[in-house]
Design a binder for this molecule. Sequence first.
Ligand code: HEC
Ligand code: HEC
Ligand code: HEC
Ligand code: HEC
Ligand code: HEC
Ligand code: HEC
Ligand code: HEC
Ligand code: HEC
Ligand code: HEC
Length: 394
Amino acid sequence: MDTPRIVRPPRKLTPLIASLFALGGLALLVAFIYALSVAPGTVKAAPAPRSAQATNDFCLACHQQEGLTLALGADSLPATINPTQFGESVHAKEGLLCTDCHSNISEYPHPTVNEKSARAFSVSFYNSCKDCHADQYENLAQDAHQTALSEGNENAPVCADCHNPHTQPRIIGQTSGELSISARVHVPQTCAKCHGDIYDQYLTSVHGNALTQEGNVDVPVCTDCHKTHNISDPTTANFRNTTPQLCAECHSDASIMDKYGLSTNVVNTYVSDFHGTTVKLFSEQFPDEATDKAVCSDCHGVHDISKVDNPETGIALRENLLIKCQRCHPGATPNFPDAWMHHYTASPEHYPIVFYVNLFYKIMIPGIIGGMIFYILTDIYRRRVNRAKGVKHS
Ligand code: HEC
Ligand code: HEC
Ligand code: HEC
Ligand code: HEC
Ligand code: HEC
Ligand code: HEC
Ligand code: HEC
Ligand code: HEC
Ligand code: HEC
């Protein structure tokens, strides 16, 4: 393990400072020489050469102590860093120094902190990840959270709310280049910190239940539907109109759905249905207007989607389905859902009348047209033959 480890320092701060005196003095001297080398007035100093920076052991000698706190206005922020957890983090494994992120600190006492609350302190680190993770940082520019933050909503997350910089493990497989299974299972908990109500609903849904109870990663987590660093506002017309495509990504894919015995025909049948056809035409014609026709989530729910045959909440139960229809068809009576073919294509088992009417037409129409063509052709033939005969005989 490449974690920097030190002999456990004494528990009390005072003897510790004494024992660190030599090291601190050295750091001071180095900092002094470094300060001289930087032109005055430089806005952003170039990073110091690594050898000149304080080591992690130096910082951790104080910061691994329990009970260390930082007073910020009325808030008291714990300032203890667990060296073992830090050592396991991707940043420690990549050999990052504390001072790569805390570039303003090289010694103790530290520069004065001006923020007056723990939240303001967190937000002040907003730019600290930018240099090394420019892609994620730039993505956030069009992000719903970022918009909320720039409108002054301090509760909107910054990088460190979703990724504790001191404990963040590696989440992207180094060879696969993909999000690891354990990281995927963990995603909803990341969002749950602030969206607890939605998380609770999600846990009870067929998707969330499969993820959390069975570790099934075929089901969608929050970021499959909302994206990650470019979360779009889910209340827009475009988001609503493209819901069927969102669900289709998995529900039209036989390599996923066959495992669960689920039909991959749900999107096709939806699109060939009157609601679906109109949604499609509508979003092509009016991309900026939210459709008033039913999309998948109007019948199935969003964060609380259940198995259709769930004995309590399933919409295969007519009375549960009727409630959904009534939102838009207020006068709908218990027979109303029967007017709709569900996801079935007509067959002798489902919608036999529609099936046989279709079949009848499938036989009748070719039959009638074929009969007529036959009649016309034989008629022409007869006339020709007659005419030929007539010519010969006249
Ligand atoms: C001599 C003990 C000691 C050493 C060494 C030390 N710290 Fe601290 N640090 C503290 C204490 C105590 C606090 C709590 C607030 C205060 O009293 O300044 C603190 C607070 C902090 C804070 C939060 C407040 C702020 O100033 O931003 C950060 C970040 C921090 N330390 C990082 C570091 C880093 C990085 C190093 C190594 C370069 C380091 N510390 C070395 C004792 C120390
Ligand atoms: C990858 C960047 C990064 C590294 C490496 C890093 N920190 Fe931090 N640190 C941060 C950020 C960002 C915050 C603000 C976190 C927040 O929102 O509370 C922070 C906050 C702190 C705080 C204030 C208390 C807290 O948890 O918010 C202390 C103390 C601290 N760091 C010490 C250290 C020490 C000691 C090391 C090295 C062992 C270290 N940090 C390494 C990014 C980093
Ligand atoms: C000095 C450069 C540096 C800074 C600053 C930095 N990181 Fe990193 N971070 C890295 C490196 C290097 C990796 C390993 C990435 C890799 O192997 O592709 C990493 C990995 C990560 C990962 C895991 C990605 C993966 O591939 O599994 C996350 C998440 C992350 N950092 C978040 C942050 C956050 C949040 C901040 C700011 C608080 C931050 N980092 C600041 C260098 C940095
Ligand atoms: C709202 C929570 C949230 C915020 C804010 C956030 N991330 Fe992430 N980040 C995630 C999640 C969740 C993943 C896992 C990938 C996924 O689910 O798509 C991730 C993945 C990553 C990765 C791995 C590579 C990748 O792009 O998938 C890095 C690196 C990273 N984030 C850095 C950052 C940095 C830097 C910031 C701030 C500029 C940031 N994140 C802000 C939640 C967040
Ligand atoms: C630190 C708290 C925090 C975390 C963590 C967090 N969010 Fe948010 N989220 C917010 C706040 C605050 C808003 C803005 C709320 C508002 O405007 O009503 C928001 C807004 C949103 C919105 C847009 C809602 C709208 O009506 O525009 C979506 C979607 C969203 N978050 C999804 C996520 C996902 C997915 C995750 C996890 C990857 C996550 N959030 C993590 C605090 C958080
Ligand atoms: C299967 C796709 C899907 C998954 C998984 C999902 N969402 Fe959503 N989410 C949606 C859709 C669709 C909407 C728009 C709902 C509407 O129009 O009422 C939405 C709306 C939202 C909103 C804003 C509206 C509101 O109800 O406040 C937030 C915030 C949100 N989701 C967060 C989350 C979080 C957090 C998770 C994970 C626990 C999550 N979502 C999982 C599809 C999904
Ligand atoms: C008008 C309401 C309505 C709409 C819109 C709707 N569904 Fe359904 N869906 C149902 C009902 C009711 C069932 C239960 C089976 C049945 O009666 O057809 C069902 C069944 C399902 C099933 C289970 C299939 C199986 O094999 O058991 C899935 C998956 C599904 N729908 C997904 C979707 C998707 C994806 C969309 C959007 C493209 C969608 N549904 C649109 C009402 C709807
Ligand atoms: C990331 C892939 C994925 C996405 C996106 C997705 N689903 Fe699913 N869905 C699944 C999987 C996998 C199952 C089967 C889970 C199980 O049974 O354990 C499932 C199950 C269901 C079921 C239960 C069927 C039954 O009765 O057993 C319904 C209904 C459903 N999804 C509707 C939707 C709707 C509506 C959307 C879009 C808002 C959607 N899903 C988006 C993967 C997905
Ligand atoms: C989100 C709203 C919404 C939901 C939910 C909804 N519908 Fe509709 N439905 C519409 C709209 C809008 C039309 C088109 C009405 C028009 O153009 O006159 C429509 C048309 C219909 C029609 C065609 C006949 C007519 O009245 O024009 C039937 C049948 C129908 N819906 C059945 C259902 C059934 C059954 C359900 C429940 C399973 C349902 N709908 C749920 C919005 C909805």
